[in-house]
Design a protein around this ligand. Structure first.
Ligand SMILES: [Zn+2]
Length: 496
């Protein structure tokens, strides 16, 4: 034991575990570590001549001036040249667009690894979820995500402490809704998840983690109806919402039990899977049900009505399905490949090139282009019927879905699903804020709201791929340099 202790002291030397903490003595002050990534900070910031996509689904408005003071948006006016003022920073943003910070609703802080994966798509068990405490928050912020839900945690104490360190200004990253450890029943695919034994334990689990500070929960594939019901009731007593990546419990059952949100669009409903037994995940894992739910069918309409009537949100996670099920997609992005560790990059390229006879495995895999298109239509129909559709990338695709880059890709795929660009941006911004009950503070570009904003070159309202051209991300009125954040994690995602 003594030897381990000495090694740790040696390893870290006199470098504090959290760099720059000693420089952030004043409350609210940013540490030197965070200041390295700050491009714009002033008591008053004026963005001039910028196109505004406000996040409400309204059309973009060209040539606006937007004023930020004390972390809030204090004015939005017709574009005009502004003379330099003392203590004010003026940015000329001709040719740029500003939109609300992304509210990422399926944004893990871990990577999905298959140990010793090779070109024949063979790996050794167990599948693992290594924690990405260093790289993921930086990638999210660099990509325009200013608020995120972890949507299931494997290192919950780490996630809680990370939230504290980001909020204190000691580390760069978005605001975080920390989800507790997965509420999972027996027979879990993942060795890192606890398996609940009954409803009583589900209640204890919710109480324990709510007392530690988690602000949301997620049920997983093998939970029973009784455990789910107990967890939902206990969480709701404390004002905390519950989402689920389900299989053992159908969407209809979960809606009737009072769940608040369902992950992965319409992929994980098992209502019509052949041989589905109550409380047990089906062999088909939702695929037969999705195949049957043609958007015009009576079954689909009835399901959508049930979800809307029970105020159940649905989270779209299209990038993880695209990466797993659509050959040759998504288009390779050099900046994304650069973010990956050598091993993660290798795993990703193996995945892209895997022999056609080899199926992917795991809880979010093996879906075909046709099924993904069917899900896209259902997600669009759900939103058109008044359902609250949320967005997140689910970065578990063996390097194919990367924090931040995946959030941008999700917006592009929502456009492919039938949303207009400004509607897709609303799904990824204001809708998440509404779900979190934070729509008065974040989620749209409006006077009085927090200045959580993404500045990008071009015009995503006419060319959605311009959402990739992020240059500055404002969080609470401080403008972070996207490129510098990316540079700091180059080659690290997949490692730590
Ligand atoms: Zn996930």
């Amino acid at each position: 034991m003594r030897r381990t202790g000495l090694c740790l002291i040696f390893a870290f030397g006199i470098v504090p575990l959290i760099q720059g903490q000693q420089n952030a003595d004043q409350p609210g002050a940013l540490s030197n570590e965070v200041l390295k990534y700050v491009r714009v900070q002033a008591s008053k910031v004026i963005l001039t001549h910028v196109r505004v996509i406000d996040g409400t689904g309204r059309a973009a408005v060209d040539d606006q001036n937007l004023v930020i003071e004390s972390g809030k948006i204090t004015a939005i006016q017709p574009g005009a040249d502004v003379a330099a003022e003392k203590d004010a920073k003026v940015l000329d943003l001709h040719g740029y667009t500003v939109m609300p910070g992304i509210v990422g609703m399926h944004n893990h802080l871990f990577y999905a690894a298959r140990p010793n994966l090779d070109s024949q798509w063979h790996g050794d068990p167990p599948a693992l979820l290594p924690q990405m405490t260093f790289s993921a928050p930086r990638l999210y912020l660099a990509g325009g995500v200013t608020t995120m839900r972890t949507t299931g945690s494997v290192e919950t104490y780490t996630d809680l402490n990370l939230r504290r360190e980001i909020d204190a200004g000691h580390l760069p990253g978005p605001h975080i809704d920390v989800t507790g450890p997965y509420l999972e029943g027996s027979g879990s695919y993942f060795i890192q998840m606890h398996e609940l034994k009954d409803a009583d334990e589900a209640r204890q689990f919710v109480d324990y983690w709510a007392d530690r500070g988690v602000t949301s929960f997620k049920a997983y594939m093998n939970i029973t109806r009784a455990e789910l019901k107990a967890a939902i009731d206990e969480a709701h007593k404390r004002g905390i919402k519950v989402t689920g990546h389900l299989c053992s419990v159908t969407y209809r059952e979960a809606a009737e039990l009072g769940i608040d949100d369902l992950e992965h669009g319409f992929f994980k409903n098992t209502e019509f899977d052949p041989g589905k037994k109550p409380d047990v995940c089906s062999e088909g894992n939702g695929k037969p049900t999705l195949e049957r739910l043609a958007p015009e069918s009576a079954e689909a309409k009835d399901l959508i009505n049930t979800l809307v009537k029970h105020h159940v949100a649905v989270t779209s996670t299209l990038p993880v399905f695209e990466s797993g099920g659509m050959p040759g997609r998504p288009p390779l992005r050099q900046a994304m490949l650069d973010a990956l560790s050598p091993q993660a990059r290798e795993a990703y390229l193996y995945r892209r090139q895997r022999p056609p006879n080899l199926q992917t495995s795991g809880p979010a895999s093996g879906d075909s282009t046709d099924l993904i298109k069917q899900d896209m239509q259902l997600e669009h129909a759900f939103a058109m019927a008044g359902g609250l559709l949320l967005a997140g990338p689910d970065p578990t695709g063996n390097g194919g879905v990367v924090p931040g880059f995946g959030d941008q890709r999700e917006i592009e795929l929502l456009v492919e699903a039938g949303f207009s660009p400004v509607e897709a941006i609303k799904v990824a911004t204001l809708n998440g804020a509404v779900y979190l009950g934070k729509q008065d503070q974040i989620g749209s570009v409006a006077v009085g709201k927090n200045a959580d904003l993404v500045v990008m070159k071009g015009d995503p309202s006419t060319k959605i791929s311009d959402v990739e051209n992020v240059e500055i991300v404002f969080k609470d009125g401080v403008g972070y340099d996207s490129e510098k954040l990316l540079e700091s994690v180059r080659g690290r995602y997949g490692e730590y």
